[in-house]
Design a protein around this ligand. Structure first.
Ligand code: PLP
Length: 462
């Protein structure tokens, strides 16, 4: 097979260099080279990206659920420049710096309850790795040296590094097994295809009860922590009831299991409050965050730990047995502070609630499409669940397999032609920046509506 890149397919030298040297994480060779799907983005403003050929795209996934404050924020760029010129880096092992202190103080104030101790890192996977290690060390320092197991949820996603991957569903055993030991998975709330066939809130609550059953089956004295996203985007954006989360909290507390809530996607306004846990009325023992923390202007992640959990380190000479070179990097902290200042000044969580109401109204008529089985979401995190048959709810395959289905490929191409960038797997995801206007959203929903109509007609869905 000839795998050479044909110059005639490339409009600029930059594209050639991209195809020759950049490893774009999840794109395959054929799509990029022969399918012409390479996009080299040049600049961005608000909700829009512009590629090097001058084409404009609506950023319907906020990058990768990241750019909550929108693109082109000079204020964040200036904070980054000023801090880099003053102080970029000091050792994270033995000292800290002014922006990191101010950011930790701010996050302690913004996060619910007694989440007052902030461990900084560089992204979501690192936050999850760190949270699991912190949880295990806390259990050991409390005297529970056998509490090493982690329970996670089917369909959840917590990152790509070995520990985070091990607690994520869809981890690829063919390439990466063996995984971290002592991980088991329980059902995740799903009101469209509930694992137990139970509808509504009762279905959510059954998914909480199975946590207790799993803890008892594993032996409570062996379980360190339970980890889950408030609403799992990876698992199809099913918003559970507050009662689900309150039951989970109760079960964890009753059995001495630390609750890690992964707010990497939901945090920083994505669901209409600064953190999603606020809406569910719970305080986790550890909370992970990344993505919207800096809105992507520089990489950063963090773990917020409760006072109660941190207690075992207080007044002792125990240090955390975990160190990351870039923890609390000064430029990243300055970017996060500037980003949070914008979120507060412009009340982006409120803007997100407006987006939620607009999307609910605009998307409702799309339920009439023969391939739209369900429309659900909250705030600025929505999906249209695509099905081949509304009665059986049969989809187009899971994850990457769905991306290869000819109907999904066609739908992707139609959206791309209309300048809408999103991710299509078993669902169409609609996750706009929190600055998206109602007029922009109306244009995007119209593009989705048109694309569905064309593809459905071509594939004879009716
Ligand atoms: N946790 C959640 C809930 C995520 O969605 C992701 C990434 O999408 C991660 C963790 C991993 O974050 P990162 O890709 O920054 O390592």
């Amino acid at each position: 097979m000839d795998t050479a890149v044909d110059d005639r397919m490339l409009s600029t030298g930059l594209e050639r260099q991209a195809l020759d040297h950049v490893w774009i994480h999840s794109a395959n060779w054929n799509d990029l080279v022969t399918g012409g799907q390479l996009k080299v983005i040049d600049h961005a403003e608000g909700s829009y990206l512009y590629d090097i050929k001058g084409r404009r795209y609506f950023d319907a996934l906020s990058g990768l659920y990241v750019v909550n404050a929108g693109h082109g924020r000079r204020e964040i760029a200036e904070a980054i420049g000023t801090q880099a010129a003053k102080l970029a880096y000091v050792s994270s092992a033995t000292m800290t710096n002014k922006p990191a202190v101010l950011l930790a103080d701010k996050l302690a104030a913004l996060t619910p309850g007694d989440l007052n101790r902030i461990f900084f890192c560089s992204g979501g996977s690192e936050a999850v790795e760190s949270a699991m290690k912190i949880a295990k060390q806390i259990q050991a320092l409390r005297g529970f040296t056998d509490r090493r197991k982690i329970i996670a949820r089917k369909g959840g996603y917590h990152g790509a590094t070995f520990g985070a991957m091990s607690v994520s569903f869809g981890r690829n055993a063919d390439y990466f097994a063996p995984f971290m030991e002592g991980v088991s998975f329980i059902a995740s709330p799903n009101r469209y295809r509930n694992e137990f066939g139970i509808e509504g809130e009762a279905g959510d609550l059954r998914c909480a009860e199975v946590l207790e059953e799993e803890i008892l089956a594993q032996g409570p004295q062996t379980v360190a922590a339970f980890i889950a996203e408030p609403v799992s985007a990876a698992n199809g954006t099913h918003v559970p009831s507050a009662a689900y989360w309150q039951k989970i909290r109760e079960i964890c507390s009753r059995h001495g299991v630390l609750l890690i809530v992964d707010e990497v996607i939901c945090g920083f306004g994505r669901l209409g409050t600064m953190f999603a846990t606020e809406q569910f009325g719970i305080v986790p023992d550890l909370m992970t965050m990344a993505k919207g923390l800096t809105s992507g202007y520089v990489p950063m992640g963090a773990v917020a730990v409760s006072d109660a959990a941190y207690e075992v380190f207080k007044g002792t000479d125990h240090a955390l047995a975990h160190l990351l070179t870039f923890g609390g990097q000064a430029v990243a902290a300055a970017a996060a502070l500037a980003n949070i200042a914008i979120m507060e000044r412009e009340d982006l969580p409120a803007s997100c609630r407006r987006i939620g109401a607009t999307l609910e109204r605009l998307l409702a008529p799309l339920a009439a499409h023969p391939t739209v089985g369900d429309i659900r979401g909250r705030g600025a995190l929505w999906v249209l669940d695509l099905v081949q048959d509304k009665t059986t709810k049969e989809g187009f395959g899971k994850g990457a397999a769905a991306q290869k289905h000819p109907y999904i490929r066609r739908l992707s191409a139609l959206l791309d032609e209309r300048g809408v960038l999103t991710r299509l797997m078993g669902t169409i995801q609609l996750v706009p920046p929190l600055v998206a206007t109602d007029a922009e959203l109306a244009e995007v929903v119209k593009a989705i509506d048109e694309s569905l109509s064309i593809a459905e007609q071509e594939f004879q869905f009716r």
